[in-house]
Design a protein around this ligand. Structure first.
Ligand code: GLU
Length: 406
């Protein structure tokens, strides 16, 4: 069958660079090699006891059957409550659900993009946005950030064309950890007032990992007059350590276009996925309606880890600032490119530097080029400070010192 067996449509699709790091870690685990897994980003803690119980109860009560494509009504009611906690009014009928936020975003692109339609995405951006956009025939248009990893309204304005369909806004950002202030979000919103045809699709999955002294504000709340043009994506996978339960959701505006999007996304979901995992729906209800007090302790824990990571990386000779959110840092490694390893290999790019670190220091990261920001590496810090971040950073420093010609 050879090459003709596989679809040309996906032949150019890269493998997920974040998921790929799991294989490196698995190899180290298998061979019992002490290593520091800063690759795939997910909270290390388990689910809260009341969430485990909710899942067990769902199984015990036989809540394991098909549901509507966007889930049972109590699930969508709970999601409406989640959104209203941020000041967002999305009725249960306006909720789109998918297999994680990946499933939601993909269904939305599938539902709305025609060939050649453009999606503006700030760099650095999460690895799977481009493959999804390209797969459905769209085009990703990137906007370069400043030193603070944020884009300016002028740069956004310059990227808009008559083909722009969406502005995809990920805040807090995976991979940079940047968090836009209310004023910055308003300034970006101002751009869209001159471009009434552009819609805004947010990805606010890291809402609870906000280390600023200001509460997290969704884009549609920062810009209430744009509410009718914003689709808000969110979930509890990161906040409530339930990444593998694969529930993501979005709220669509109460407009004919919004309703059309919900109906179309449901149609796609019904044909392709059936429904979101039924047990996971019950766990999500419990997560939304249950105790949230642990989030404060989690935030403090992650601030501590972030600070240790930033300090350790800078001491290792990998300069980085202190991000305001998510759980990633992106140190610059431009100065190491061209360096020669002890085995005589020249590090030609950030991919080579990342591989060198994984091999030499046993620290696993994701090359910045996978996120559209070459000459950097993304390191995730949902790991223990004392037994992982500190020795991992020390190992990186040792590896850097072994490089010649830098
Ligand atoms: N979003 C996480 C990350 O970037 C999980 C992996 C993924 O879904 O790509 O590491």
């Amino acid at each position: 069958m050879g090459n003709s067996f596989l679809s040309k449509h996906v032949s150019g699709m890269p493998a997920s660079a974040t998921m790929a790091t799991a294989a490196i870690a698995a190899e180290y685990v298998k061979n019992q090699v002490v290593h520091y897994n800063w690759g795939l980003g997910e909270p290390d803690g388990g689910m809260q006891p009341h969430l485990r119980e909710a899942g067990q109860r769902a199984f015990a009560e036989g809540k394991t059957k098909y549901t509507p494509p966007n889930g049972i009504l109590p699930f969508r009611e709970a999601i409406s409550e989640f959104f209203s906690g941020f000041g967002l009014a999305y009725k249960p009928g306006a909720i789109i659900v998918g297999n994680g936020s990946k499933g939601v975003l993909f269904n939305i692109f599938l539902a709305t993009l025609n060939p050649g339609d453009e999606v503006i995405v700030p760099n650095p951006r999460w690895v799977s946005y481009e493959p999804m956009i390209i797969y459905v025939g769209g085009k990703m248009v990137t906007v370069e950030p400043g030193q603070d990893f944020k884009i300016t309204p002028a740069a956004l304005e310059a990227a808009i064309t008559d083909k722009t369909k969406w502005f995809l806004f990920n805040n807090p950002s995976n991979p940079s950890g940047a968090v836009y202030t209310l004023e910055e979000q308003k300034a970006l919103g101002e751009v869209f007032r001159q471009h009434p045809d552009v819609m805004i699709l947010t990805d606010e999955m890291y809402w609870s990992f906000n280390y600023t002294d200001q509460p997290f504000v969704p884009f549609a709340v920062a810009n209430p007059d744009l509410y009718d043009r914003v689709v808000t994506t969110n979930g509890l996978a990161k906040s409530h350590a339930m990444t593998g339960l694969r529930i993501g959701f979005a709220g669509a505006p109460n407009t004919p276009d919004g309703q059309g999007l919900v109906d179309t996304a449901n149609k796609i979901q019904g044909n392709i996925a059936g429904n979101p995992n039924t047990v996971s729906q019950w766990v999500t209800i419990a997560a939304i309606r249950g105790d949230q007090s642990f989030l404060n302790a989690q935030r403090e824990l992650f601030i501590d880890r972030r600070d240790a990571m930033v300090k350790g990386l800078n001491a290792a000779g990998l300069p980085c600032g202190t991000p305001d959110g998510a759980f990633y840092v992106m140190p610059n490694v431009a100065h190491l490119i061209g360096g020669r390893t002890p085995s005589g290999v020249t590090l030609v790019d950030d991919v080579a530097v990342t591989q060198f670190f994984a091999k030499e220091a046993k620290v696993i990261g994701v090359p910045g080029s996978a996120f559209g920001l070459p000459e950097t590496i993304r390191f995730a810090y949902p790991v223990d400070r004392d037994t992982n971040i500190i020795p991992g950073a020390w190992a990186l420093g040792e590896a850097v010192r072994k490089l010649e010609n830098v």
